[in-house]
Design a protein around this ligand. Structure first.
Ligand code: DX5
Ligand code: ZN
Length: 216
């Protein structure tokens, strides 16, 4: 069964504790989208949100850095309590260094690829990552439509994983619901981020279970 990472981007910020409590028992991770207004058009939140959230949640804190030159922020997010830090291959000429920095902090390292980026771009670093995030929308906003053409990249990664004996998780992010998750899970996705589908519902816990039930 797939693990679920609700994205707080779609939560009610003025009632964040209440919303996190709604997913705390059913989710495995909590996805924190950091946007700089440069790598992506929007600006969201920064490192200080992590220790605040840590105080009220035991979920794995999955930090997705959508920022230019993410290595500038790796140490701070690690020191502030991130459990996983994801860096985009498109955001830095030094993806290997960025991943090394994350690992040196004892934090799980994740490499991220946009819909327009081929798996080949991250092949040289797959040996060193704990998780690969395949963006299933163009990053920047919640509530977009899942891009079906990204599923073949999940399969490609799963094939490499098996052939090389790697054990990284494969995460999907964007447009995930109980329907779109099915093909992705079949192709090898092991973690599903979901924002609007989970927090847009009356009962977010039910939506998490619906994602899991769809991938049993
Ligand atoms: C998009 C973010 C996502 C976003 C997903 O740039 O990386 O994590 O919150 O939102 P939904 O699930 O609504 O597509
Ligand atoms: Zn994200």
């Amino acid at each position: 069964m797939i693990k679920v990472a609700p994205s707080i981007l779609s939560a009610d910020y003025l009632n964040l504790q209440r919303d996190i409590e709604k997913v705390e028992k059913d989710a495995e991770l909590l996805h924190i989208d950091v946007m700089d207004g440069s790598f992506v058009p929007a600006i969201s939140y920064g490192p200080n949100w992590v220790p605040q959230i840590r105080k009220i949640s035991n979920l794995v804190l999955d930090v997705h850095l959508m920022v230019v030159n993410p290595e500038r922020f790796v140490d701070e997010f690690a020191d502030k309590g991130a459990d996983i830090i994801g860096v985009h291959v498109e955001a830095t000429p030094h993806i290997h260094r960025a991943l090394q920095m994350i690992k040196n902090k004892g934090v799980k390292a994740e490499v991220v690829i946009n819909p327009g980026t081929p798996v080949e771009a991250i092949k040289p670093v797959l040996y060193m990552v704990d998780q690969v995030l395949v963006m299933t929308v163009n990053p920047g906003f919640g509530g977009q439509k899942f891009l079906d053409e990204t599923v073949k990249k999940i399969k490609q990664l799963d094939d490499i994983k098996k052939a090389e004996g790697y054990d990284f998780d494969i995460e999907i992010d964007g447009g995930v619901n109980n329907e779109t998750v099915q093909a992705a899970a079949k192709a090898g996705a092991t973690v599903a981020v979901a924002g609007s589908y989970v927090f847009g519902a009356e009962n977010p816990a039910e939506r998490i279970q619906a994602i899991k039930d769809a991938t049993k």
